[in-house]
Write a protein that binds this ligand. Structure first.
Ligand code: GDP
Ligand code: IMO
Ligand code: MG
Length: 438
């Protein structure tokens, strides 16, 4: 059974990119299947740092096929930018890239809509989207009337689609934007530009659903690279402060077209503390000097938008929920080194709501706003962990912390990460999945 999934269990940026890169060597195919260029996955190879928003993190390993499957919303400009950057940096494996002809394409009107009416929820609160046109493109996909898929760019009807959409979008945007602030979109210019993108991308376009199905049937080893985190899942996350796709484990099959029967392992990625970018409730948030210390030590600034990430203690009520939701077999505890030097550590083990203690993650955002986190205090450690090569090199307090996380979440720990580099990874037990590389 060939399928492994890497899923973020918090609000994104758990260091999924690092783990995907490490696991790529044991796989034949790496697949991005949801989200789009709202993601920012960092991979460090030796001295080189790669920040990938759209291309799968597997692209840095030779001989692996990388797939962007139909569930992704696709910004062709970003894809070409990333391809060019990788080629300029002599990453020569981009030939092995396949783009689904079913992926929905992001157009200039999607960016405009994201700016105009996707920044707020229906009751006026700021979602703080990445402004990458993600929500508007998914809305058009589900709505069907204004959707354009990658395969459409190679058909005669493409010009008509662009004309039809531009006229409608101009009307809607003109009505929403303040007088004098709206520059109507030009259908001919968009058509011409997107034809150029289509030509550049033509060699990569394929029916990836068929490719992945036959690969799975042939026993090929497929790694599914989740984007965002499970708490941002549009159906099961902290709605409406979420992204517009199924970013928990439940999204793998619908985004990729590969049925669950081919998935035999789900790895949950957990930061040793919590971060969140954008709006929405965050019970364990540390809006104080400890939060700032974590932000500084973890360099917690957005990969895509450079926004300071909100920081807080680890919330195991949330992670236990997302781990169950995603069907996680094991977790990787990331950025453990960042917690060095704090006076003490806290882990949220339960919530109190209306005077009652619970370990159930609330389904309504208003209830999540009202919860009071109940913390367990754990001893901290002062040592630098970044040189640790095995569990034996970690101070007892760090081992106890990781152990407690595992107990509270209810799944075993597979890897512990103590720095961004491939070599700063400790495999726990006899994990067959990882051999840390330099
Ligand atoms: P992703 O979106 O889940 O792939 O995560 P990001 O790349 O947005 O953010 C994770 C950040 O942490 C990146 O800058 C990584 O290089 C870095 N990183 C990964 N693992 C570790 C670790 O164990 N320790 C530290 N200090 N940084 C890490
Ligand atoms: P990776 O894959 C962290 C957040 C945005 C915003 C909300 C909706 O790097 O973990 P969107 O643009 O998707 O409509 O924004 O989701 N968000 C992320 N936060 N990491 C990400 O991706 C994110 N992708 C979206 O900040 O709160
Ligand atoms: Mg990220």
């Amino acid at each position: 059974m060939p399928g492994t999934c890497v899923i973020g269990l918090q609000w994104g940026d758990e260091a999924k990119g690092k783990i995907v890169d490490l696991l790529t060597q044991q796989h034949d195919i790496v697949v991005r299947y949801q989200g789009g260029a709202n993601a920012g996955h960092t991979v460090v190879v030796g001295e080189d740092v790669y920040k990938l928003s759209l291309l799968p993190s597997g692209v840095l390993t030779q001989g692996v096929t990388c797939v962007i499957a139909g569930g992704v919303v696709f910004n062709p400009v970003k894809a070409i930018e990333e391809l060019d950057e990788l080629l300029a940096r002599n990453v020569d494996d981009c030939d092995n890239l396949k783009l689904s002809d079913r992926i929905h394409v992001i157009f200039p009107w999607h960016f405009a809509e994201d700016r105009v009416f996707d920044s707020n929820t229906s009751d006026g609160e700021n979602i703080g989207t990445t402004q990458r046109g993600i929500g508007p493109c998914y809305r058009d996909k589900v709505g069907r009337s204004y959707a354009i898929r990658l395969g459409d760019l190679y058909r005669d009807t493409f010009r008509k689609q662009v004309q039809h959409n531009t006229e409608a979008k101009n009307q809607v945007l003109a009505a929403m934007v303040a007088e004098g602030q709206f520059e109507p979109l030009d259908a001919d210019a968009i058509y011409k530009q997107y034809c150029e993108y289509a030509e550049r991308l033509r060699p990569y376009v394929a029916d990836t659903t068929e490719y992945l199905l036959s690969s799975a049937e042939a026993g090929k080893r497929i790694l599914f690279e989740g984007a965002q985190g499970a708490l941002l899942d549009v159906d099961h996350g902290t709605y409406p402060f979420v992204t517009s796709s199924n970013s928990s484990g439940v999204g793998v099959s619908n985004g990729s077209g590969v049925p669950a029967r081919y998935i035999n392992k789900v790895i949950g990625i957990v930061k040793a503390y919590t971060t969140r970018v954008g709006g929405g409730p965050f019970p364990v948030e540390l809006d104080n000097e400890i939060g700032q210390q974590i932000r500084d030590q973890g360099n917690e600034y957005g990969t895509v938008t450079k926004r300071p990430r909100r920081c807080g203690w680890l919330d195991t009520v949330a992670v236990r929920y997302t781990s169950r939701l995603s069907g996680v077999d094991s977790i990787c505890v990331m950025l453990l080194d960042v917690l060095s030097g704090l006076p003490e550590l806290k882990i949220c083990t339960a919530y109190e709501i209306d005077g009652k203690r619970t370990n159930i993650f609330p389904s309504h955002v208003d209830d999540l706003r009202r919860v009071k986190p109940i913390y367990e205090t754990m001893p901290s450690w002062q040592e630098d962990l970044t040189q640790a090569q095995s569990l034996d090199d970690l101070p007892q307090a760090a081992l106890d912390y990781v152990d407690r996380v595992s107990q509270l979440v209810g799944v075993p720990v597979e890897m512990v990460s103590v720095g961004p580099a491939r070599s700063q990874t400790i495999a726990v037990g006899s994990s067959p999945l990882v051999t840390a590389k330099s």
